[in-house]
Design a protein around this ligand. Structure first.
Ligand code: GLP
Length: 241
């Protein structure tokens, strides 16, 4: 595990963007695993800057997002499809057919999960998976549990997760109760994982994830078993490691 701590937001974002753009420069057909949340916003902004400077092209890549809320129309302002279009996809040379996000409105959600896994199986493995972490240690939307699932599945969101994500919605009650998430098996199969975490409120969970026992009660702790994990932290998130 390679843990890098940055003393400015700018350096943190540049480091995250550099890892992704360097991969795409050396492998123009890379398969990227992408994440949402507040943390990657600045990383995507930096990637868009690199693209506009002509440093990188996404013409040949394929992307798979980790997760999506169940029941929000895909054009809802808080759907992860909208997030990805606004922060990255609309600003670089990526066609819609290159980007994949689970469909949270699929008429048959189980079939949607199976076909998402089949597609990753066919096009993958994922070369680089970008990840954030929830305050309870969730990755994607894999919430703490006695057992975790390998493949894409429907999850009930933890109340803590709904509260943390309420900041993006007009009313807390509007936060969906379910999501579709890639499973931890698929996440761990990525050739390289980049875990990006910011903020003092995440210092304790970063400690548990990176140094604590490996347990499904802290899904991010499973990342300790990955042979190629890079952790990007700001100083506040890195206080306890
Ligand atoms: C959501 C996403 C996660 C993300 C987490 C942390 O719950 N499903 O994939 O890691 O938020 O996000 P933030 O970066 O906003 O703290």
């Amino acid at each position: 595990m390679n843990v890098l701590t940055f003393d400015s937001q700018e350096k943190f974002n540049e480091a995250g963007a550099n890892i992704i753009t360097s991969l795409v420069q050396t492998n123009p057909h890379a398969v990227l695993g992408l994440a949402t949340g507040g943390t990657p916003v600045g990383i995507y902004e930096q990637i868009v800057k690199d693209y506009k400077r002509g440093l990188v092209s996404f013409r040949g890549i394929t992307s798979f997002n980790l997760d999506e809320y169940v029941g929000l129309p895909s054009n809802h302002s808080e759907s992860y499809r909208t997030y990805m279009q606004e922060h990255l996809f609309d600003h670089v040379d990526l066609q819609p057919e290159q980007t994949h996000i689970p469909n949270g409105n699929a008429p048959d959600p189980e079939a949607e999960c199976r076909s998402y896994d089949e597609l990753i199986e066919r096009v993958g493995p994922i070369d680089l998976q970008l990840l954030g972490i929830g305050h309870n240690g969730h990755i994607g939307f894999n919430e703490p549990a006695h057992a975790l699932l390998r493949g894409t599945h429907i999850v009930e969101l933890a109340e803590e997760t709904r509260k943390a994500n309420a900041r993006f919605f007009d009313q807390p009650a509007q936060v969906p109760r379910q999501a579709i998430t890639m499973g931890v098996g698929t996440i761990l199969q990525a050739k390289m994982i980049v875990l990006a975490v910011r903020g003092a409120d995440k210092a304790e969970i970063v400690h548990r994830a990176l140094i604590g026992p490996i347990t499904t009660e802290c899904p991010a702790s499973l990342l300790q078993t990955h042979p190629h994990l890079v952790v990007l932290l700001d100083e506040a998130a890195g206080k306890q490691v």
